[in-house]
Design a binder for this molecule. Structure first.
Ligand SMILES: [Zn+2]
Length: 411
């Protein structure tokens, strides 16, 4: 059989080959109306993990302007716990920048609706958000947050440095993993940062995804799933050292990375420990992804079997949370409107639309409360605790939850 042509790693340019495909996939945030169905966009969702540098990445990614535009449907502010997390993240960054030079300048990449950025403004810092999705950037501006709608790269960094001076911190939350041109971004950050400036970012962590079979982290926007090794390799090529790492509970398991120019700060012992853990558990080894692929297939079979059984029994099933992540699960598992009646979601821009690919109706939360289903498939599993607390009435009436991370089960 002919070998699939090798592709090049986006970080180190070694040859890479996908270890599996999730099939033909629509955009994760491509919620649409019935008349848009004929022109719906699809691509092949196939990930690879580079054995040389450890960069877990998508082979094919849709053009950025297909994903981040004037109708971008994800709002950072939608969860109360995420709001608390952003406050804690900002406090951490401020501990780095406030003792430094007077009048610190903080730049956030992918600042969305300003959920993180506003804390820098409130602390009296000069701040600038960079957010290519114009609708969410406009929301940030209405709160008085300095925000520009462009894609960050070396050219923009040059302009920003001449207009504002060097940045004391560049921060990003769930953004870096969205950017395919990692070298363009790293070069831009190097241009923009002050000599003692820090780059601090958080993203879903590869180690957690593999351990929990949370394959729904893999979708068009997440061109990378980072590990400490791949972050160190990517930014090391631009004169940065990874100086600290801190696991976070957000997004079903994330990692905070702190980077600075080589030799400017001492490295925390946690970095070497995490790199060694990644090496010891074979996080970047092909065998790990053979196992991960089998785990994904087993998860899909279990979820399909359960939905088939509930359908035969005439149970009503609805989805809870029309998340970006749900698009991968729904399409990979072949879940359709015959399996789940609708998906309840509190984001106004998604309500009244159909889910990408499978075209399951998205309804406001009121639809869920008014006619609770027998079973609710929890797509927003990373907010489970917050949701269970809010939906005690559903459970009290006999409603049951279905989750699929780390395994398929009924709660
Ligand atoms: Zn590589």
């Amino acid at each position: 059989m002919a070998q699939r042509p090798a592709e090049a790693c986006r970080v180190c340019h070694a040859a890479i080959t996908p270890f599996m495909t999730f099939g033909r996939m629509p955009l994760a945030n491509g919620f649409l109306t019935r008349d848009q169905i004929p022109s719906e966009y699809f691509f092949e969702l196939a990930p690879a993990c580079c054995a040389r540098c450890g960069a877990f990445q998508l082979i094919e990614q849709p053009a950025p302007d297909r994903m981040f535009h004037d109708r971008y449907a994800f709002l950072s502010s939608s969860s109360r716990r995420m709001q608390a997390h952003f406050k804690a993240f900002a406090d951490f960054v401020l501990r780095w920048v406030l003792p430094g030079p007077a009048d610190p300048f903080v730049v956030e990449l992918g600042s969305n609706d300003g959920s993180l950025l506003r804390h820098f403004k409130e602390a009296g810092c000069r701040h600038l958000g960079i957010e290519p999705s114009t609708n969410v950037a406009a929301l940030a501006r209405t709160q008085g947050l300095q925000t520009i709608s462009e894609f960050f790269n070396d050219d923009l960094a040059t302009r920003l440095r001449s207009e504002h001076g060097p940045a004391d911190a560049v921060v990003a939350a769930n953004t870096m993993c969205h950017i395919p041109d990692i070298h363009g971004v790293a070069a831009g950050i190097s241009r923009l940062l002050a000599m003692d400036g820090v780059l601090i970012f958080e993203d879903p962590y590869l180690g957690d995804m593999v351990a929990r079979t949370s394959y729904d982290q893999i979708y068009d926007e997440h061109v990378f799933m980072f590990s400490a090794a791949s972050v160190a390799c990517a930014f090391g090529q631009h004169g940065f050292d990874l100086i600290d790492v801190m696991p976070q509970a957000t997004h079903g398991g994330s990692m905070r990375y702190v980077l600075a120019r080589t030799g400017r700060y001492a490295m925390s012992p946690g970095v070497a420990t995490l790199l060694e853990t990644e090496r010891r558990c074979g996080l970047h080894e092909p065998l790990t992804y053979d196992r991960f692929r089998r785990d994904c297939e087993a998860s899909r079979s279990a979820l399909r079997d359960l939905l088939n059984t509930l359908r035969r029994e005439g149970k009503r099933v609805a989805g809870y949370g029309a998340t970006s992540k749900s698009t991968t699960v729904i399409n990979y598992c072949g879940i359709g409107p015959d399996d789940i009646e609708f998906i309840a979601d509190t984001t106004p821009i998604k309500q009244g639309t159909l889910t990408p690919g499978a075209h399951i109706p998205v309804k406001p939360h009121e639809a869920f409360a008014a006619a609770p289903p027998d079973y609710a498939l929890l797509f927003a599993w990373n907010h489970a605790e917050e949701i269970f607390e809010k939906e005690q009435a559903f459970k009290a009436r006999g409603g049951r939850w279905i989750t699929f991370v780390p395994d398929v089960r009924i709660i």
